[in-house]
Write a protein that binds this ligand. Structure first.
Ligand code: NCD
Ligand code: ZN
Length: 301
């Protein structure tokens, strides 16, 4: 058997949830990862520093003994977010990012912002850039008239291009990218734009949603895309480009919320994510690039 040593894997997009499930989700993550950026889409969401610190301590409480797992926190950008919230957050050592959910795009995004009002948030983004906080974006438009498979490319064209041009000093993570268009856009953008890629988007294409019947556990948002898109993601992550890093978007939902007539979006991959990323890099003879993707690229960004 060949063993692989990966130094301090990071996980820059993770849903741990709260309450009773926290013990399971934290344990599964702490066994595999050194650090993780914890998503704030609880109900109610984690909007300010006080909420984030309280949640941080609830997480710390259930980390297994003798385990060095370190949660990093993100605040949920809402219409109530103020410049003062940003400055206060930047003074903590645990809050590293602000998460932008366009309202209506995904699970618990109802407190998110309206993309048509994006410019109103420019003073906040400017303040984030000055205080070294990263903007993490769920990059899709929520518009019903836009086909669900096109929501990422429409977001790039309508919002991301101008955001990057207008705020060149703001570090942005384009999260869980799913398309060749997004890969090309990230590669051709400057050093302040990076992207995370999930396990499920590397392993599955949209056929896997319907293979041998409807497969609710393959349903996540952004939705799985075509085989051409999947191949493009694999090429990007195995290329060694430092613009791409791991963010599995592990998103647990109770079984009765997944296997039901109207199920929730999200794939729970945390317990197996390192193994599955490793398998993909192995299949494409790129194990030498795995350390960069899992540990170095995100940490440097
Ligand atoms: C996530 C969740 O369940 O919180 N679901 C998902 O399909 N990825 C939310 C998100 O990150 O979009
Ligand atoms: Zn997510």
């Amino acid at each position: 058997m060949t063993s692989i040593i990966i130094r301090s894997p990071d996980y820059f997009h993770l849903h741990l949830r709260d309450g009773l499930v926290l013990l399971d989700t934290v344990t599964a993550t702490a066994m595999n990862f050194s650090r993780a950026l914890i998503m704030p889409n609880l109900q109610p969401p984690i909007i300010n520093t006080k909420d984030a610190i309280e949640y941080y301590y609830r997480i710390l409480n259930v980390i297994p003994e003798n385990n060095n797992f370190k949660p990093l926190m993100a605040l949920y950008l809402s219409s109530n977010t103020t410049i003062e919230d940003i400055i206060l957050a930047s003074k903590t050592s645990i809050i590293k990012a602000i998460k932008l959910y366009p309202a209506g795009t995904t699970t618990h995004s109802n407190h998110g912002i309206k993309l048509t009002e994006l410019r109103q948030y420019y003073p906040i983004f400017q303040c984030m850039a000055e205080h070294n906080l990263i903007l993490c974006i769920h990059g899709e438009v929520p518009d019903e008239e836009v086909d669900i498979f096109d929501r990422e490319i429409v977001f790039i064209e309508k919002y991301l291009k101008s955001l990057i041009n207008d705020l060149p000093n703001l570090k942005i993570v384009f999260e869980h990218i799913t398309t060749k268009d997004a890969v090309d856009f990230v590669i051709n953008s400057g050093p302040n734009l990076s992207a995370t890629v999930t396990v499920q988007h590397l392993f599955s294409n949209r056929n896997h949603l319907f293979e041998n019947g409807l497969q609710p556990h393959n349903y996540c948002l952004p939705i799985l895309k075509t085989e051409k898109d999947r191949q493009s993601l694999i090429k990007a992550v195995t290329s060694g480009s430092s613009k791409f890093f791991a963010g599995t978007d592990s998103a647990p939902h109770a079984k009765n919320k997944k296997e039901v007539s109207c199920g929730c979006a999200g794939c729970y991959t945390s317990p197996v994510a390192v193994a599955l990323y490793t398998e993909i890099f192995d299949m494409y003879n790129s194990l030498d690039k795995l350390q960069g993707f899992l540990s170095d690229n995100g940490a440097k960004f």
